[in-house]
Design a protein around this ligand. Structure first.
Ligand SMILES: NC(=O)c1ccc[n+]([C@@H]2O[C@H](COP(=O)([O-])OP(=O)(O)OC[C@H]3O[C@@H](n4cnc5c(N)ncnc54)[C@H](OP(=O)(O)O)[C@@H]3O)[C@@H](O)[C@H]2O)c1
Length: 284
């Protein structure tokens, strides 16, 4: 018997294994067995098949490409039966519906659904975020293991889809900001400015940007769109400047046009004198 079994050794699974190795004995399984070789030692064993991996430990972590891959593994001979009475933590990325279906299929298993908001290089740090949802009792059994891989564990409640919902909402925020960042990088390039410096500056002022996002979230929750410090009309003016600058500097204008289109919809809907948060009413 080992402390933890880990299924899936892509870049993320390998990072999880390395973070756990100093504290726990591990049993590994991966579809492509060779990937486990550099990780094996006295306390880290390779299982011959998925069922043996599940049998080896009371806590089973799974981190594979998606839920289709996870389902394929869970359908392998003997795996479902071997999981009964154990804690299964699903760390593969999916939708809330994926999580609900996986939970419904996990008969007799203490199932937790998790989402790591980090790159493999960030695993094992005290500030690494991990969203977890599911039964609190199951979490109690494996909290120290999960906090070893991601110190900033955020329990999002019993509703099994919550971790995936928080994950996708956060990724939407991140990739939205990244899309804007890449267009910003083209603006910098068009003026001969350093993109690395631009990235470092954004990192440095991110608490201020975070404050703006938090204020819009509070406004949406309260349904409070009036008395804007910065009105939709003012923000739409900046949106038009992106389009103008892209034309002047002959840049790809897909991001400026997307943004200007969103502002046009908000102005057409009559939100010119409301705060930016009113954009959510356009999307609704
Ligand atoms: N990398 C990141 O920055 C990051 C960040 C947060 C969350 N995640 C999530 O973590 C999960 C794993 O990501 P990853 O970066 O390690 O790489 P990945 O390429 O998304 O997943 C690779 C893993 O999935 C396995 N796999 C794929 N299809 C399979 C199938 N049909 N049956 C069995 N196993 C299958 C691979 O096995 P083989 O080795 O045999 O191909 C390997 O273990 C994903 O859901 C990803 O979204 C990743």
């Amino acid at each position: 018997m080992t402390d933890v079994s880990l299924i899936g050794l892509g870049p993320m699974g390998i990072a999880l294994a390395r973070a756990l190795q100093p504290r726990y004995t591990l049993t590994l399984w991966n579809r492509t067995a060779e990937r486990a070789k550099p990780l094996l030692n006295q306390g880290t064993l390779l299982a011959a098949d998925a069922r043996s991996a599940v049998e080896a430990s009371p806590i089973v972590l799974m981190c594979v490409a998606d839920y289709a891959a996870a389902r394929a593994i869970l359908a392998m001979p003997g795996v479902a039966a071997a999981l009964r009475g154990k804690v299964l933590v699903q760390l593969s990325t999916g939708t809330p519906q994926d999580a609900r279906e996986a939970w419904a299929a996990a008969d007799g298993v203490a199932y937790l659904d998790g989402a790591l908001l980090a790159t493999p290089g960030q695993i094992g740090r005290p500030d690494t975020p991990l969203f977890i949802s599911g039964e609190e009792r199951a979490l109690a059994a494996c909290r120290p293991v999960l906090e070893t891989i991601a110190g900033n564990l955020m329990y999002m409640g019993e509703a099994i889809g919550n971790a995936a919902a928080w994950d996708l909402a956060t990724l939407s925020c991140m990739f939205g900001a990244m899309s804007g960042f890449f267009h910003g990088a083209r603006i910098c390039e068009s003026e001969g400015l350093g993109v690395g410096e631009f990235g470092r500056m954004i990192g440095a002022i991110s608490p201020v940007l975070g404050e703006m996002i938090r204020a819009e979230g509070d406004a949406i929750e309260a349904g409070r769109y009036g008395e804007p410090e910065s009105s939709m009309a003012t923000c739409a003016g900046s949106g038009r400047l992106f389009v103008k600058q892209a034309r002047e500097a002959k840049l790809d204008a897909s991001f400026p046009h997307f943004l200007a289109g969103m502002f046009d919809r908000a102005l057409a809907a009559g939100y010119a004198n409301e705060r930016l948060a009113a954009m959510v009413k356009v999307l609704r």
